[in-house]
Write a protein that binds this ligand. Structure first.
Ligand code: ADP
Ligand code: MG
Length: 590
């Protein structure tokens, strides 16, 4: 199976990784960077730049440099958007970014970032990459998810799954393993421009986002700006008089200083020629920094409380608080979160890599590289066998927790049947032909009258999602065992399509099932009537025999015409008319 990469397509930074030699690893680009700034720059001539090179160009041409395009994805109107350094226009198809004489959709810009990640991954892995798992915030709606997927496809990636960022983080932190008891976790994600808090329940490897809350306008960038403003004030420089390029340089220096202050007590900000008149040589201490950053960090408290209230939980109910997002490296964030939740947060994972790592783990699960830990510990679709009349007979319903075992007894539909065809199906449709066929095999069957044979069919799915089907002729003990591939390896898209079609066709499927069941019943009754007439026909009045014959003929016609109402009526009439015949048959047998 080809490699599936995991991608964290972040507002500020993006990452890509894959399973290598059984381990989830994040892949570096040619310069050795694993973090790719989510920035695209369009030079006046030539190919667009992506990543660090584009971020560097931002200062000189902010109007041709697209940052934070994730904020635009899936939006239809501009009023949902803040001011951007680049132009955004509203069209009937959604928001577009004009560059030169071209209009780019947010998905197209995102696809350029994904393209770079794909190329970096291919270079690092030395093989083609065509499939991906991409993460999105838990609150992303259908349209936002759809456009993210579209971005992947534009980049030449088949998107196997869109995964929620907090779920990905939980996976990276090692939650959701086999046999773990129900756990409640909070994922606190403070990035460059957004804050998210999600409360997740994990049980049997299933992840459920109970509540999610946040602020799409709050993150490390705000802190950078506040630090820059503070420095300008302290140095007596009026920001208004500074060119945007100079301010961008200052912001970048402030970001570097902020990041250093997560590990050191002081950081120097030194820009000798910010402008001809302004020289900056500033020493920022952690104490001063914290005073500047405090209001921004504090603003997340209310979201945390809201999410907990929405999930109807108190801090004591939580098993862990996970910190993700680059800005959670700030010691003050860790301190305050510990205070609000009354527990030390789990910081065991790289904060800016955890989401990507989770995407890689999910990709590994889908490609089969990860054994023993299954995210989807339930059957994504129902499993069953085909029965008389081409119907689906479900043995293990969809969403059953695995490992699972279930069985059913079947009998022969035809007298003298010497084998039983076991056709294994997966899907939600009523008719066998509309479901996925997983395999077929024949079980030798001791011949006998219709309905006299007994065969047991057992389905067993192990913890790895492998399905074993056992069929046994209970009279002879003959049995056959077949092993089917991992039935849990099925993309979200396929599952979604199957469920969608089962909903769309629910009515006609039900009609068809009812018709087939009636036909089976009618044919059984017709066969029994013929048999009874042979056995005891002579002891009936001639008229009665005629009536039975006539009703049989009518029922057969209704069956041939596939007329459910006619069949139903025919069954009732023939049933009534054969009461005496049935009694005579019993008499003749005694
Ligand atoms: P996103 O999920 O929005 O793409 P990230 O999780 O990559 O963002 O976080 C980016 C933010 O994290 C930036 O504001 C960056 O300055 C900040 N950051 C990264 N490292 C540190 C650090 N050591 N200390 C404080 N902030 C940091
Ligand atoms: Mg992020």
């Amino acid at each position: 199976m080809s490699t599936i990469v995991g991608i964290d397509l972040g507002t500020t930074n993006s990452l890509v990784g894959a399973f290598e030699s059984g381990l989830p690893v994040l892949l570096a680009d040619v310069e050795g960077h694993r973090l790719t700034p989510s920035v695209v720059h369009f030079p006046t001539t030539g190919e667009p730049l992506v990543g660090l090179k584009a971020a560097r160009a931002a200062a000189t041409a902010p109007d041709r440099t697209i940052r934070s395009v994730k904020r635009l994805i899936g939006l239809s109107t501009k009023d949902q958007l803040d001011e951007t350094a680049y132009a955004v226009v509203q069209t009937s198809e959604g928001l577009r970014i004009p560059i030169g004489d071209k209009l780019f959709s947010p998905a197209e810009i995102s696809s350029l970032i994904l393209c770079k990640l794909k190329n970096d991954a291919e270079r690092a892995l030395e093989r083609k990459v065509t499939r991906a798992v991409i993460t999105v915030p838990a609150y992303f709606n259908d349209q936002q998810r759809k456009e993210t997927k579209q971005a992947g496809e534009l980049a030449g990636l088949h998107v196997e799954r869109i995964l929620s960022e907090p779920t990905a983080a939980a996976l990276a932190f090692g939650f959701g393993g086999q046999g773990d008891a129900r756990q409640m976790i909070a994922v606190y994600d403070l990035g460059g421009g957004t804050f998210d808090i999600s409360i997740i329940a994990i049980e049997n490897g299933l992840f459920e986002v109970l509540a999610t809350c946040g602020n799409t306008r709050l993150g490390g960038d705000d802190i950078d700006r506040a630090v820059a403003d503070h420095i300008l004030r302290q140095c007596g420089i009026d920001r208004i008089n500074e060119k945007p390029e100079s301010f961008a340089r200052l912001l970048d220096a402030c970001r570097v200083a902020k990041e250093r202050l997560s590990f050191e007590k002081t950081a120097e900000i030194n820009i000798p020629f910010l402008s001809p008149s302004a020289h900056i040589d500033f020493s920022l201490t952690r104490d001063v920094f914290e005073r500047i950053a405090e209001p921004f960090i504090h603003a997340t408290k209310e979201n945390c409380l809201r999410a907990m209230a929405d999930a109807k939980l108190v801090p004591g109910d939580l098993d862990a608080v996970l910190l993700v997002g680059g800005s959670t490296r700030i010691p003050m964030v860790r301190r305050l979160v510990a205070e609000w939740f009354g527990r030390e947060p789990d910081t065991s994972q790289h904060p800016d890599e955890a989401v990507a790592l989770g995407a890689v783990i999910q990709a590994g699960i889908l490609s089969g590289a990860v054994q023993n830990t299954l995210l989807l510990d339930v059957t994504p679709l129902s499993l069953g066998v085909e029965t008389f009349g081409g119907l689906m007979n479900v043995i293990i319903p969809r969403n059953t927790t695995i490992p699972a075992k279930a069985g059913e007894m079947f009998t022969n539909a035809v007298p003298g049947q010497t084998s039983l065809l076991v056709h294994i199906l997966q899907g939600e449709r009523e008719l066998a032909k509309d479901n996925f066929s997983l395999g077929k095999f024949e079980l030798p069957f001791e011949t006998g009258p219709r309905g006299s044979g007994r065969a047991g069919i057992q389905f067993e799915i192990d913890a790895d999602g492998i399905l074993r089907v056992l069929a046994r002729d209970t009279r002879t003990g003959t049995e056959k065992l077949v092993e089917i591939r991992r039935v849990t390896d099925i993309s979200d898209e396929t599952v979604g399509r199957m469920i969608q079609s089962s909903v769309e066709h629910a009515f006609e499927d039900m009609q068809e099932r009812r018709l087939v069941e009636l036909e089976i019943k009618a044919r059984e009754l017709l066969a029994a009537t013929t048999q009874a007439l042979l056995l005891a026909g002579n002891s009936l009045e001639r008229e009665q025999t005629e009536t039975v014959r006539q009703l049989s003929g009518e029922l057969l016609k209704a069956v041939e015409a596939r007329d459910p109402i006619g069949i139903e009526k025919g069954i009732t009439s023939l049933d009534d008319a054969t009461q005496e015949l049935a009694a005579k048959v019993i008499e003749s047998l005694i």
